[in-house]
Design a protein around this ligand. Structure first.
Ligand SMILES: [Zn+2]
Length: 257
């Protein structure tokens, strides 16, 4: 018996908790939902650096079976079906389409995606990475936000749109990007002082903003993140545009490696 990190109760803890669920490494989106026109991930060239963590990226002694299989499992089930295709009730089945804004920037706009379920799912990946002691997640440490996010997950509370918003990008349209991909989740500070945790998983970048509530967020984060209106946008990194341009846009700099 030991203390489960999510419910904080003394329970039998399970031996294998995945930090990043396996399904997130699949090709993005399923044809069923007709989300994309993305090129298949497998056709990307030079993808030798895009290494998924080995299937050994799990940890024992973190969570009880109720928290892992039932509580987190229910959010994973939704996310897996919503993003990668699966049977969902019509009112929870996202519809996504690609469009271009007045600046020529391409997005995938998703509507009817469950704000509560998808956001809590993503926060659970961030939180699991923070409680993990695996070297892959060494940069992910949420400090005092770890407990706040734990409560949000446990209580099924996705908070407001501005609470830990996530900015989504995809590089699956840009073959040149694959050369610079770093699989290890990164911590970054933007030039306007935001803490950001960046995960690159299966052709997607998930940028989590972790700041005090009163910290003014960039406008693009506020407008594009997943919102209580059950919609979100995914920014397409333009083909041929350098990684540096994108990182510069976000106030980041290239990781030397
Ligand atoms: Zn538990």
């Amino acid at each position: 018996m030991a203390k489960c990190k999510l419910c904080l109760q003394d329970k039998q803890l399970i031996g294998k908790s995945h930090i990043i669920p396996e399904f997130m490494y699949q090709d993005l989106f399923d044809n069923k939902h007709k989300i994309y026109v993305f090129s298949p991930y497998a056709k990307l060239q030079g993808q030798e650096r895009i290494k998924r963590p080995s299937s050994g990226e799990y940890e024992n002694g973190l969570l009880c079976a109720d928290c892992d299989n039932k509580l987190l499992g229910s959010y994973e089930d939704y996310a897996s079906k919503a993003i990668y295709g699966g049977e969902l009730p019509a009112n929870e089945c996202p519809t996504c389409e690609n469009y271009e804004n007045q600046h020529g920037v391409k997005f995938t706009g998703c509507k009817n995606i469950s704000y509560k379920k998808f956001k809590i799912f993503l926060l659970s990946v961030l939180w699991r990475s923070s409680i993990s002691s695996r070297p892959l997640f060494s940069e992910i440490s949420l400090g005092p936000h770890e407990e706040i996010i734990r409560k949000m997950i446990y209580e099924g509370n996705p908070g407001e749109a501005s609470d830990y918003p996530i900015f989504f990008m995809t590089f699956v349209n840009d073959k040149s990007m694959s050369k610079d991909i770093i699989a290890q989740p990164q911590r970054r500070r933007t030039k306007d002082g935001h803490s950001m945790f960046v995960f690159m998983i299966g052709g997607m970048l998930y940028c989590f903003y972790v700041n005090a509530r009163n910290h003014t967020l960039p406008e693009y984060v506020v407008t594009e993140t997943i919102k209580p209106t059950n919609d979100m946008n995914i920014f397409h990194i333009p083909p041929g545009q350098g990684w540096d341009i994108i990182l510069g846009f976000m106030g980041l700099k290239r990781n030397s490696h």
